[in-house]
Ligand binder design. Structure first.
Ligand code: UGA
Length: 433
């Protein structure tokens, strides 16, 4: 099938190469000319394991073509994916102007019947607006509208996209379902379940899933605070909770809290949508408040350990919001850096991928080329992102270059025994082991 992907960000580009990989012809476009030039040069604009290889292969085979405009992209396609940003307005409401403009351009460029698919996370009710734009803009062309939310995680996006647990398609016409079933046949033939709902249910499901995942993270971080106070170990509590299949162990790792572009934005947008619908879903902003409190509590622990933070150097290991990505949007490490700067500390960071992006976001942050360089002369080391390469730190070497031997393990990731054996005072989140 021929398909168009509008928006070449994390979601759009992964969608494009995934469909190319399973045999479809994909035209991808974006309003960012620099991004298009990078793609034409064969370069993936962001770091994501496995993406570069898939992109290289799909450009070389011609299965993905990069085009300048939505008009070119939708020429003779059966499906057009809208994968553009939906950032929050000051009120928390999702700003859908990029979605609106994309849909208008699709309507103007369409050369035959096609299904417009919302892949970006949008509030329930968006499809109705999309349908209205399509009906007004191109009266002669038959359009379907579908919601097909993305569940991929950064850092494992390629794997998640090639081997999804389930595919969700919301549509309101049999024709739209028929097209979406053909599109996903390579996956459903391999046994991946395709769940079909009405459009509003699919839209709402995406917000509900992300809000619930964020809730789990905030919940376990709140439990961690209690665990510290009563001498329990939150990791064992999480395992025990997770051993009940009704709870599930996923998203129950206590630490510095959640970051990334999705959870905050979606919680705000979901709250706004609920309020608009006449229901004040107060749990949703509370999840964000607990998350903010989580970083603040780790910052407080670092301050207490330093006694007088002024002028003391703190090394942050890991700056990306999670391992496997160079994305620093809402990264807890950067929020921690800001809190420590406010107390007069000097903050040096190291990250295998996200250093430059972090520095651009927080210019006062000093960057180091290795964990050991970051630790040199530092009074305290804070593990912020659990990159695999940081699991093998040489504690003796670290201790020998630091001015005080303090470790705050913000992800319960380091070898506490090895740290203590090297003379460190070690503390993790939600336990005293
Ligand atoms: C999240 C969802 O997991 C995806 O299903 C969804 O498609 C995506 O948002 C989206 O809407 O685009 P993502 O933000 O990439 O994916 O990453 P997650 O693995 O969910 O992690 C989010 C944050 O929670 C990270 O900062 C991570 O460190 C933190 N986290 C995760 C914890 O603190 N504890 C955990 O147990 C799990």
């Amino acid at each position: 099938m021929r398909i168009a992907v509008v928006g070449a960000g994390h979601v759009g580009l992964v969608t494009a190469v995934t469909f190319a990989h399973v045999g479809h012809d994909v035209a991808v476009t974006d309003t960012d000319a620099e991004k298009l030039s990078m793609l034409r040069a064969g370069e993936c604009p962001f770091f994501e394991p496995g993406m570069q290889d898939l992109l290289t292969a799909s450009l070389a085979s011609g299965a993905v073509t990069v085009v300048d405009s939505v008009g070119e992209a939708v020429d003779a396609v059966e499906v057009a994916f809208v994968c553009v940003g939906t950032p929050p307005r000051a009120s928390g409401e999702a700003n859908l102007i990029a979605v609106e403009r994309s849909v208008q351009a699709i309507a103007q460029g369409a050369t035959g019947p096609l299904v417009v698919v919302e892949k970006s996370t949008v509030p329930a009710g968006t499809a109705e607006r999309v349908g209205a734009i399509l009906a007004n803009a191109a009266p002669g062309v038959t359009f379907g509208v579908a919601s097909n939310p993305e569940f991929l995680r950064e850092g494992s996006a390629v794997e998640d996209s090639l081997h999804p647990e389930r595919i969700l398609v919301g549509a309101d016409t049999p024709e739209a379902f028929e097209v979406m079933r053909r599109l996903y046949a390579p996956f459903t033939d391999a046994g991946v379940p395709l769940i079909e709902t009405d459009v509003a249910t699919a839209e709402l499901s995406k917000h509900a899933v992300n809000a619930f995942l964020a809730l789990k993270v905030s919940f376990i971080n709140a439990v961690a605070r209690v665990a510290e106070a009563v001498g329990a170990d939150v990791r064992d509590v999480a395992d025990l909770m997770g051993s009940d299949p009704r709870v599930g162990r996923g998203m129950l790792s206590a630490g510095l809290g959640f970051g990334g572009s999705c959870f905050h934005k979606d919680l705000l947008a979901f709250h706004h949508l609920s309020a608009q619908a006449g229901y004040d879903f107060r749990l949703l902003p509370e999840i964000i408040r607990l998350n903010d409190e989580t970083v603040a509590s780790v910052a407080k622990r670092v301050e207490d350990a330093l006694w007088n933070p002024e002028g003391k150097k703190v090394a942050l290991l890991g700056l990306a919001f999670k391992p496997g990505t160079d994305d620093i949007r809402f990264a807890p490490a950067l929020e921690l850096a800001r809190l420590l700067f406010a107390k007069g500390a000097v903050v040096v960071g190291y990250d295998p991928q996200a250093g430059d992006a972090a520095k651009a976001e927080v210019p006062e942050l000093e960057l180091a080329a290795s964990p050991y360089e970051a630790a040199a002369g530092a009074s305290c080391l804070v593990l912020c992102t659990e990159w695999e390469e940081l699991s093998e730190l040489d504690m003796v070497r670290l201790g020998s270059v630091m001015s005080e031997r303090l470790i705050v393990d913000g992800r319960n990731f380091l070898d506490a025994e090895a740290a203590r054996a090297a003379g460190f005072t070690y503390s993790g989140v939600g336990h005293s082991k």
